[in-house]
Design a binder for this molecule. Structure first.
Ligand code: NIG
Ligand code: FE
Length: 413
């Protein structure tokens, strides 16, 4: 018999059920088991029991006492840019003088500043820095995440970033999905020639990324003054031809039509959507696209909040993520998205839990393995320093994850 762990004395176990994209009323469906226990064997969930019963096969297992606390699935952060060189605290004075996010980018700062630092960093340095972020995220209750490239904007550095992501996937306990975001900004070498840069990405970079199997998804920053809808379409269609599933940064700042494009292409997810309008949302619904919302970015950029309630009403599956990056969201704490999802999107606690677990897993392509607590799935779960999920939604600013179990192993911190 393999390695077994029995987590017992769980006051409340709360989880969505199933591996489908949860939308509409289903977004609020959570299973709740009282006085529960979970048996983990060989990194998977072997059995779940409630009402003080012992799961079958629990004899001889190592026991962890949850002390009557809440247990949920490990959280999944479906949108991060966590492999980067440098930071951008130097932008503070510009921001305080009123410069907007796109003003700073147009002036050669913002993403382009991070590109300079990422190009200059060695692969080893980038690996060490991002490994520490994954450690921090794990301690905050995140057991799976997506990571985007996009701070290279040249062939070598994009491949370097993606190799770092692949190494994290191999060497770190976190489940990692990889997204190629070569069209994140127009680099200095192509200033004023976005079409030529798109030719380069489609003709030279995407084929290499695919050939070396470095990414699962392809993304583009479809935004006023960055890549327009036509250019975004070329990038995503080329990615698709090479087996990279489409994702898109759409309507983050201006409503440009990226959301409609996501629907038309049947993208896995459309992300941000702060400025999304009714037409765009109808397109998401039609295309079965996940809306991946990033409330910390709205907060940090001082923007409005995406129309999450309307999306749920329309039957669009909603995921919540952090957007961790050195510009618009220098925080990797997904718990803050939980708080803001409830407070600012007015999502019900149950809807929020679905958004940071199973719907986020769907956006990462890991929904068969992760995102719910069910027999056969990975034994990834969080024991919260809270009696119920409402408490986790309500308190903010401190780490409420007490203990994280990844692949059936209790992680020390
Ligand atoms: O999702 N908007 C584009 N990308 C990131 C920000 C990246 C950066 O500023 O470094 C975002 O907000
Ligand atoms: Fe982003």
């Amino acid at each position: 018999m393999g390695e077994t762990l029995l987590i017992q004395n769980i006051g409340l176990l709360q989880t969505p059920v199933g591996s489908d994209r949860h939308c509409g009323a289903r977004q609020a469906e959570n299973r709740r088991l009282k006085n529960a226990s979970v048996l983990c064997r060989d990194g998977r969930i072997a059995a779940i029991a409630e009402d003080g019963q012992l799961p079958q096969g629990a004899e001889g297992a190592q026991v962890y006492d949850a002390g009557g606390r809440l247990v949920t699935p490990g959280l999944i952060d479906a949108h991060t840019h966590l492999v980067f060189g440098g930071w951008r605290q130097g932008e503070i004075p510009l921001k305080l003088r009123g410069a907007g996010y796109l003003d700073i980018l147009r002036a050669g700062g913002g993403i382009l500043d991070t590109v300079r630092h990422t190009r200059a960093a060695s692969e080893e340095q980038l690996f060490e820095k991002s490994r520490a972020f994954l450690d921090e995220m794990l301690s905050l209750g995140v057991t799976g995440c997506e990571i985007k490239s996009g701070y290279g904007l040249d062939l070598d550095t994009e491949l370097k970033q993606l190799r770092v992501i692949q190494r994290l996937r191999r060497e770190h306990p976190m489940d990692v999905s990889a997204t190629f975001l070569g069209a994140h900004a127009v680099p200095d070498e192509y200033k004023g020639q976005a079409d030529r840069y798109v030719d380069f990405v489609c003709g030279e970079v995407i084929p290499r990324v695919a050939e070396q199997k470095l990414a699962d998804f392809c993304d583009v920053f479809c935004e006023d003054g960055v890549f327009d809808v036509q250019q975004s379409r070329r990038i995503l269609e080329t990615g698709k031809q090479y087996g990279l599933l489409p994702k898109i940064h759409a309507d983050e700042i201006e409503e440009l039509g990226g959301t409609e494009l996501a629907g038309e292409l049947g993208a896995i997810s459309a992300e941000h959507l702060i400025a999304a309008g009714e037409r765009g949302m109808q397109a998401l619904k039609q295309g079965g696209v996940i809306a991946c919302l990033l409330p910390q970015t709205s907060f940090y950029l001082g923007k409005t909040f995406a129309p999450a309630r309307r999306m749920i009403e329309l039957g669009i599956p909603v995921a919540l993520a952090s957007d961790f990056n050195p510009g618009s969201c220098p925080s990797c704490n997904l718990q803050l998205s939980v708080n803001l999802g409830m407070l600012r999107y007015k999502m019900l606690p149950e809807e929020v839990l679905t958004a940071v677990t199973v719907n986020a897993a769907c956006a990462c392509g890991t929904e068969r393995e992760c995102g719910t607590l069910e027999v056969g799935k990975k034994a990834d779960l969080v024991i919260w320093d809270a009696p119920d999920w409402e408490m986790v939604c309500y308190r903010f600013g401190s780490n409420q994850a007490k203990t994280v179990v990844k692949h059936g192993k209790v992680l020390e911190r």
